[in-house]
Design a protein around this ligand. Structure first.
Ligand code: SF4
Length: 427
């Protein structure tokens, strides 16, 4: 078992010797061990959770306990600790805690379970993509700043280039940084609007939601010339490059097809190199078809569930329906395009038997090429409550078991975290 971590009111994190750390997945709680954890991946961040009390496992008394105070310093309140893991790792268990009655929403992060062992942090994670695309050790700030200066000279009046500066330097967006570092995948945000209303939308949160959005939505619509200039700069500088519409700082890119369609046509008129990808909610198969005609290579469709009632409870679709998303996926598959599902994973929901069976049936009926196991950045307790309100859920089987089950049933299905270049996707 690995040692429990808590924090004091100042946010100072320390271990509690007699206690083991605990992971939670909905109704399931387990002590963390060296077997169900990994050394904390580089670049992860630790957080303490206000207005909540940690649930730990007392090793001597062999039972789970919720702590109000530091057992070694009575009267000193203690708080749960969680890890926001770096890209490439899917969480298998979340931080275990109980909310105080006045607890508000947690901000839009994933609260992974974490403990302490032999002088190191260990987290309940599964490596799903070993590519170093967003490894902060390879993304030196001084090189990013130099890249910003270089691109300013190359495209001084390009508003999209200017917007990406804010992404890279202010929001710390790894995709934005990679554009200025000429690495892997560059972002092409274009859309100011969306036809969904996700509970955990990171670019727009209604004032009354009580949740701050992580970054602001783009405030202008770049022209096809500005988009293709940024894209071609990246494609010409990077081997096996990817350029992607559909970023965290925008709405739904399909709704910007008036500029993305001519932009893709301009890119493809200039070169066959590079992979033009779209991260999308898949809501408009009619518009998507035109983008494929223009030269779009691959899509990644975001879904928290393939069960309609659970999908609708999270995405809260406006001007589209669940079957539109399925039609987009089927149309893309029929056209031989590389289709990934951006599977927003939350232990305690995603690994329930009902979700697992639905996913198996979905994969059988809609042979996508890849699942990107993405951690859902949303308050887990509130999410379990919402999902529990629209569907039945049995005992979670554990994310490790779920990934094994899907792998056994679909051995050719790729697992990952990042959009692959066509050279590796076999497009
Ligand atoms: S589809 Fe994307 S932009 Fe639209 S509400 Fe959901 S997270 Fe936000």
């Amino acid at each position: 078992m690995i040692t429990a971590l808590v924090a004091n009111a100042k946010g100072e994190i320390f271990e509690l010797e007699e206690y083991a750390a605990v992971g939670r997945a909905g109704t399931a709680v387990v002590p963390l061990t060296t077997q169900n954890t990994l050394p904390m991946p580089y670049g992860g961040e630790l957080m303490f959770l206000p207005d909540r009390r940690p649930v730990l496992y007392h090793i001597g008394r062999k039972h789970f306990e919720m702590l109000d105070e530091n057992p070694y310093s009575p009267g000193e309140p203690v708080f749960p600790v969680a890890a926001f893991n770096s890209p490439g790792y899917a969480v298998s268990y979340l931080s275990a805690y109980e909310e105080n009655h006045d607890a508000g929403f947690l901000p839009l992060f994933c609260y992974g379970a974490v403990g302490w062992h032999k002088g190191k942090f260990r987290t309940a994670t599964i490596l799903v993509d070993s590519e170093q695309r967003q490894d902060l050790r390879l993304m030196k700030q001084e090189k990013i700043v130099a890249g910003v200066a270089r691109m300013r000279k190359k495209m001084p009046s390009n508003r999209l280039r200017e917007h990406l500066e804010k992404c890279a330097l202010t929001y710390g967006c790894p995709a934005g940084k990679n554009f200025f570092l000429s690495r892997y995948e560059a972002p092409l945000p274009t859309s100011r609007v969306c036809n969904a209303n996700c509970l955990g939308c990171i670019s727009f949160q209604p004032k009354d939601s009580g949740i701050p959005n992580t970054q602001d939505r783009i405030t202008f619509t770049p022209s096809p010339e500005e988009i293709s200039e940024v894209a071609l700069e990246h494609i010409r500088s990077v081997k096996q490059s990817v350029v992607s519409f559909g970023q965290g700082c925008e709405g739904e890119p399909l709704l910007a097809s008036a500029v993305t369609e001519p932009a893709i046509a301009r890119i493809r008129a200039a070169t066959d190199a590079g992979t033009v990808n779209m991260n999308t909610n898949g809501s408009r198969p009619d518009l998507l078809e035109k983008l494929f005609d223009a030269g779009l290579d691959s899509i990644r469709v975001s879904m928290n569930s393939v069960r309609q009632e659970c999908y609708e409870a999270y995405f809260r679709p406006g001007a589209y329906v669940f079957s539109d998303v399925i039609r987009s996926i089927d149309m893309a598959i029929q056209r031989g395009k590389f289709v990934s599902v951006n599977y927003l994973n939350c232990p305690g929901f995603t690994d329930t038997p009902e979700e697992a069976n639905a996913l198996l049936a979905f994969l059988k009926a809609h042979p996508i090429r890849m699942i990107q196991w993405r951690n859902l950045n949303f308050d887990p307790v509130r999410y379990w409550n919402v999902m529990g309100g629209v569907a039945e859920h049995g005992k979670p089987m554990g994310m490790v078991n779920l990934l094994k089950l899907i792998r056994n049933m679909f051995p050719n299905l790729k697992y990952g975290y990042f959009n692959p270049p066509k050279e590796r996707a076999g497009i």
